[in-house]
Design a protein around this ligand. Structure first.
Ligand SMILES: O=C(O)CCC(=O)C(=O)O
Length: 287
């Protein structure tokens, strides 16, 4: 099976990383960046995934899409500061802003832990429910963090290069040429929201595949996970400011998301002036 193309493969230290990844995502529908986490970082996150699964009795999926041999933890950021640190990784956020534009939002955080015996997931596009005519610019961007090696036989994500440029969506039962996003632990797969992909089969008898999905949307789109309602505001008040903004305590283009004309961060007890676009426009008119 064909693997990741060299034109879509980068290392964390590459110069002009954000621009080059953006170019690859727009042209190929995906890019892989190696070396964003070291072995200690991966091990620590795997231990956190194992701990949360144990503490909260996280069971296998109840349908074929979520995976009968896959454990998923949603809203990871509320489970541990380690996951929160990952979401504000500036190297990743720089790439996301380059693709989705300013004021983008976090859409969801999910652990996808594939066990031996998992079968291939249905090919799909993460923005499949968006009713814009296809193809269209990226409104959603998925990052898949490999905490263990992603290999062809242990469930590496499979994808169809350039499928984000097609006008249609894959239909169940159709056969498509895919590549396996094989990558060493510590790498991240960046996926255009329209790219056809799915978790691979884990045909091994003893190798787990640990992956974290951190998804983002353009600031004018709806987030998949309701991160503002899903977390106790007292806990959110302890998050780094950047993470509070990413989950929705922020304004898009100085207007979308205001609360009674106030900045949403005031709900967390912060004194932030909204800098409304209406003030700017009104003052412009008078000049
Ligand atoms: O686990 C993976 O490799 C991808 C999973 C996925 O695409 C999904 O669940 O939407």
């Amino acid at each position: 099976m064909e693997g990741v193309s060299t034109s879509a493969l980068f290392s964390a230290g590459s110069s002009g990383l954000a621009e080059r990844v953006t170019e690859a995502v727009n042209a190929e529908g995906y890019a892989v960046v190696t070396g964003l986490l070291d072995a200690r970082g991966c091990d620590a996150l795997v231990s956190e995934v194992d701990r949360v699964e144990r503490d909260h009795g996280i069971d296998f999926g109840k349908n074929d899409f979520e995976g009968f041999q896959t454990r998923r933890i949603f809203n990871l950021i509320q489970r541990s500061p380690r996951f929160r640190e990952l979401v504000v990784d500036e190297r990743m956020l720089g790439i996301i802003e380059s693709i989705l534009g300013v004021d983008f939002l976090l859409s969801g955080t999910t652990s996808m832990h594939l066990g031996p015996g998992e079968t291939p997931q249905l090919l799909h596009a993460d923005d499949g429910m968006i009713t814009l005519p296809r193809p269209h610019i990226a409104t959603l961007l998925t990052t898949l963090w490999a905490l263990s090696d992603f290999e062809d036989d242990n469930g590496a994500t499979r994808l169809v290069p350039r499928s984000h440029l097609r006008p249609e969506m894959p239909r169940p039962g159709e056969a498509h040429e895919t590549i396996a996003a094989e990558m060493p632990a510590g790498s991240v797969l960046f996926l255009h929201g329209s790219t056809w992909h799915g978790g691979g089969a884990n045909t091994t008898s003893d190798r787990e595949r640990y992956g974290l999905s951190i998804q983002f949307v353009a600031g004018w789109c709806r987030q998949q996970q309701n991160l503002m309602l899903g977390t106790d505001p007292e806990l959110v008040a302890t998050y780094p400011r950047r993470l509070q903004e990413l989950i929705g305590y922020s304004l898009y283009q100085n207007v979308m998301g205001h609360v009674d004309r106030e900045h949403p961060l005031t709900l967390l007890g912060q004194d932030v002036q909204p800098d409304m676009v209406w003030d700017r426009m009104g003052n412009e008119e008078k000049k």
